[in-house]
Design a protein around this ligand. Structure first.
Ligand SMILES: NC(=O)c1ccc[n+]([C@@H]2O[C@H](COP(=O)([O-])OP(=O)(O)OC[C@H]3O[C@@H](n4cnc5c(N)ncnc54)[C@H](OP(=O)(O)O)[C@@H]3O)[C@@H](O)[C@H]2O)c1
Length: 296
C-alpha cells in the first residue's frame, strides 16, 4: 500500500488515478488548482469513479510515499508548489517522496531539478490516448503504457501498478525511448501549424517536411546518446499516415482552443539542444518561431 499524490487531474492524471485505484491497495490524493466535485474516467473496460481525497491548497496536504506529476510541461513551476509538504521527510533519516514526472519531452529531470534533488526524480514516458471531456470526466481511448528507467525508483514506481490494466515497465536505455517518442511528437507540430488533423501528413510536401523535422530530432537525440534506427523518420511518417485521418494531437488541440502549448518541450528542445551540439535544426526552428508568433 502506498500513499500517492497526483498533481494535475487532467487526461493523464485522471487515467493514472483510475488505474491506481484498480490496484485496490493505495490511498490517493488528487492535487488540483480548481475545485473538483469528483472524477470519472471512461476506460476501455468501463467507467471508473475515482475515490480520492481532493486538495486544492498546497498548504493543506501532508507527506506521501510518491508524488506523480501529470501537468503539462509548461506548468512545472505551479506543480512544484505542492512539493514542500508532499515531500516532507517522514521518519528521521528518510528523504522526501520521489517525484515521477509523467510528461512529454526529454527534459523531465531538467524541468524539476530546481525543486527536487535529481536522484528523487523519475522520468516516465507515457503512451496513452486520453482527453479531458469536462473538468470531472476523462476519456481513456486506449491502453496505458508507462516506461521508466531500470533503477530502484523505476522498479518501485512500476510495482505501484501491479495488478492494474496498465503496462508499466522499466528499460535499461530510457534515453532512446524518450527520444523515439519525441521523434513522433516533433512531427505533430505540422498539424498544429496547419490546424489540420493527422490526415494532412498524407500530403506529399507536408510528409517531406515531417521527414526533415524528425531527421533533425533524431540527429540531436543521437548526440544526446539515444540509439535510433536510421529510418526512424520514415517509420514515424508511416505511423502518421496509417493513423485515422481525423486524429488531433494535443499541440493542435491546444492551439485550436487558444490554450498554452507544449511547443518548447516538443520542438524548442530540439532547437536548443541542437545549438549545444552544433547540429542545424532549421525546420524545427521555423516551426517553433511560427507557432510562437501565431500564439502571440
Ligand atoms: N493526453 C494524452 O493523450 C497524453 C498522452 C501522452 C502524454 N501526454 C503528456 O502528459 C502530460 C499531461 O497531459 P494531459 O493531456 O493530461 O494534460 P491536461 O489534460 O491539460 O491535464 C493537465 C492538468 O494539470 C493541471 N494543473 C496545471 N497546473 C497545476 C497545478 N499547479 N496544480 C494542480 N494541477 C495543475 C491542469 O489543471 P486545470 O484543469 O486547472 O487546467 C490540468 O487538469 C503532458 O506532458 C502531455 O504531453 C498526454
Amino acid at each position: 500500500m502506498a500513499r500517492i499524490a497526483i498533481i494535475g487531474a487532467g487526461a493523464i492524471g485522471g487515467v493514472i488515478a483510475a488505474l491506481l485505484q484498480q490496484a485496490g491497495r493505495h490511498e490517493l490524493i488528487l492535487c488540483v488548482r480548481r475545485p473538483l466535485a469528483g472524477l470519472t474516467v471512461e476506460t476501455p473496460d468501463g467507467e471508473v469513479h475515482v475515490e480520492a481525497a481532493i486538495a486544492t491548497d498546497p498548504a493543506s496536504v501532508s507527506a506521501v510515499d510518491w508524488v506523480i506529476v501529470a501537468t503539462k510541461a509548461y506548468d512545472a513551476a505551479g506543480a512544484a508548489k505542492w512539493f514542500d509538504r508532499l515531500r516532507a521527510a517522514g521518519n528521521p533519516g528518510t528523504t522526501g517522496a520521489p517525484v515521477a514526472v509523467l510528461q512529454n519531452g526529454v527534459e523531465h529531470r531538467e524541468r524539476f531539478a530546481p525543486y527536487v534533488p535529481l536522484d528523487s526524480i523519475l522520468p516516465v514516458v507515457v503512451n496513452c490516448p486520453a482527453e479531458r471531456q469536462m473538468p470531472e470526466l476523462v476519456r481513456q481511448r486506449g491502453p496505458m503504457h508507462l516506461t521508466a528507467p531500470d533503477n530502484d525508483l523505476g522498479r518501485s514506481f512500476a510495482a505501484l501498478f501491479a495488478g492494474t490494466p496498465a503496462d508499466a515497465t522499466v528499460v535499461p536505455d530510457f534515453t532512446s525511448v524518450a527520444w523515439r517518442k519525441l521523434c513522433h511528437n516533433a512531427a505533430g507540430v505540422l498539424s498544429s501549424l496547419l490546424l489540420q488533423p493527422a490526415g494532412v501528413m498524407r500530403n506529399e510536401a507536408v510528409g517531406e517536411t515531417a521527414l526533415q523535422i524528425v531527421r533533425e530530432c533524431a540527429a540531436v537525440g543521437r548526440a544526446e546518446g539515444a540509439h535510433l534506427d536510421s529510418d526512424v523518420a520514415e517509420a514515424v511518417l508511416r505511423t502518421y499516415r496509417a493513423a485515422p485521418v481525423d486524429g488531433v494531437n494535443s499541440l493542435h488541440a491546444d492551439r485550436a482552443a487558444g490554450r498554452p502549448m507544449e511547443i518548447d518541450a516538443r520542438n524548442g528542445v530540439i532547437v536548443r539542444l541542437g545549438k549545444k551540439h552544433g547540429i542545424p535544426t532549421p525546420c524545427n526552428q521555423m516551426a517553433v518561431a511560427l507557432l510562437e508568433a501565431m500564439a502571440g
